[in-house]
Ligand binder design. Structure first.
Ligand code: GLU
Length: 307
């Protein structure tokens, strides 16, 4: 089935549900996003591109940025240096949970819960400096999406910094266990700006295609990172990409995927395509309700073989 046909089938299925779920409001600037949005874009490994709905409307990618930050950091570091500071196990807890970090002696369960992402951001700050880390991750996203218009929404970043008490708590706990090299304020500033990256579903699908092609970027015809890094990022997306609903997402969709509280989800079909869907209403776990339904429908109607 062609991607266009599959996307039309997806839209037929999700249409009655568009607007369902709760738009994230714990970051006040995100609460303003209209819940009726829905966009879905596909970037095939063979260059076949297709999209439907609001695929060219920019949104806050939030935690989807964690998958890219991890790939970026892994590309420049010795693996042992990373994996002694963060584990690779699903946490079974909400994205911003503080409960495990203390009993786990300051070592987060995985790089996609907020505690683990803060450790990865700390590495970004160590590698590029407090002044250069934001520009480094923005430049990486512009490069791999092929879009200079990818930007950071300063209002969203400021809004998160003004209200991110739990994340500050996590960062201070990490620091108290010696698992943060840089100042809490520097790490938090970079983390909030990274989460405030603003992209369209079409740009996000393009940015993710190297994860479907063993690290090769068909847009620029160059290797972005190694196959080994991609294999590991995809494994973590499959097992930990949806917080305490990671198992349910794997059961329903079966693809490596990473969600964000802005309502976006990036999903990868290895050797085939990168998929990006956006619908701002979230389920109780902080994952896009209609976005998950859209991906589930996509794999069903296309008969995608997963593993
Ligand atoms: N910036 C958000 C936070 O730390 C990201 C959460 C998410 O997208 O799941 O709360």
């Amino acid at each position: 089935m062609s991607y266009d046909k599959a996307l039309n089938r997806v839209l037929d299925t999700v249409k009655p549900h568009i607007g369902e779920g709760q738009v994230a409001d714990y970051i006040p600037a995100l609460a303003k996003v209209p819940p009726q949005r829905f966009g879905f874009a596909i970037y095939g490994c063979d260059g076949d591109i297709s999209s439907i709905g609001d695929a060219d409307v920019a949104f806050s990618i939030q935690s989807i940025s964690k998958a890219f930050a991890l790939a970026f950091v892994m590309s420049g570091r010795n693996p042992a240096d990373i994996w002694r500071r963060v584990w690779r196990e699903p946490s079974g807890t909400p994205f911003n949970s503080t409960v495990q970090l203390e009993s786990d002696n300051g070592v987060p369960r995985n790089p996609f819960i907020n505690a683990g992402a803060l450790v990865i951001t700390d590495m970004l700050v160590s590698d590029h400096g407090p002044g250069g880390a934001i520009a480094a991750i923005l430049g990486f996203m512009q490069l791999i999406s092929g879009a200079q218009s990818v930007s950071i929404d300063k209002e969203v970043a400021a809004s998160e910094l003004a209200t991110g008490h739990k994340n500050y708590g996590l960062a201070h706990t990490l620091k108290s266990f010696g698992n943060l090299e840089n100042d809490v304020d520097d790490v938090m500033r970079v983390y909030a700006h990274q989460c405030a990256l603003t992209m369209t579903a079409s740009q996000l699908a393009a940015a993710g295609v190297f994860l479907a092609r063993g690290g090769y970027d068909p847009i620029r015809k160059s290797q972005v990172t190694s196959n080994e890094v991609v294999r590991r990022v995809n494994a973590l997306m499959l097992t930990c990409g949806h917080y305490d609903a990671a198992g349910d997402f794997a059961f329903r969709v079966g693809l490596p995927g990473k969600s964000g509280v802005g309502g976006g989800i990036l999903a990868i079909i290895p050797d085939q395509a990168s998929l990006a869907v956006w619908s701002p209403g979230l389920d109780q776990y902080g994952n896009s309700l209609v976005g998950t339904l859209a991906l589930e429908t996509f794999v069903e109607v296309t008969g995608t073989e997963i593993l």
